[in-house]
Design a protein around this ligand. Sequence first.
Ligand SMILES: [Zn+2]
Length: 165
Amino acid sequence: MKTLWAPWRMKYIKYSQITREKGICFICESLKKGVSKESLVLYIGENALIMLNLYPYNNGHLLIAPKSHVPSLTDLKDEELCELMKLTVKGIRLLKLVMKPHGFNVGINIGKVAGAGLEDHVHIHVVPRWEGDTNFMPIVSDTKVIPEAVYDTYEKLKARLNEVM
Ligand SMILES: [Zn+2]
């Protein structure tokens, strides 16, 4: 994987330090708020949810997480694992439909040492990739621009969600 230059994530690193000190989990907080533009939650299933990452590596960066606040895949029951993977596939289909990426990075970081920003609540990253996006993203790297782009992307994805469910 080519490293994406994502300087706006510095804000996230600071944010995740604060929330960790306060014992706040942004996935659980978003889950409580429910499906909304504000929470960035697109879909809540029986055991898992799909949300947009407020501090994305790329436009359309999704997080697929179980409702259970657990640190690792090994803590999940079969039905949770099953829905997690099903929602990952639906997330990929949705991004294909709306944003037409050329590829995806799909991955899980388990543990701080492996790069998990939020290590207490396991989640799958789905990052759409476009040809040449390593060159494109710096143009929209302004920290003021990115959050607006995330909410704009939320509306576009939400509008077509039922087509993949
Ligand atoms: Zn949590």
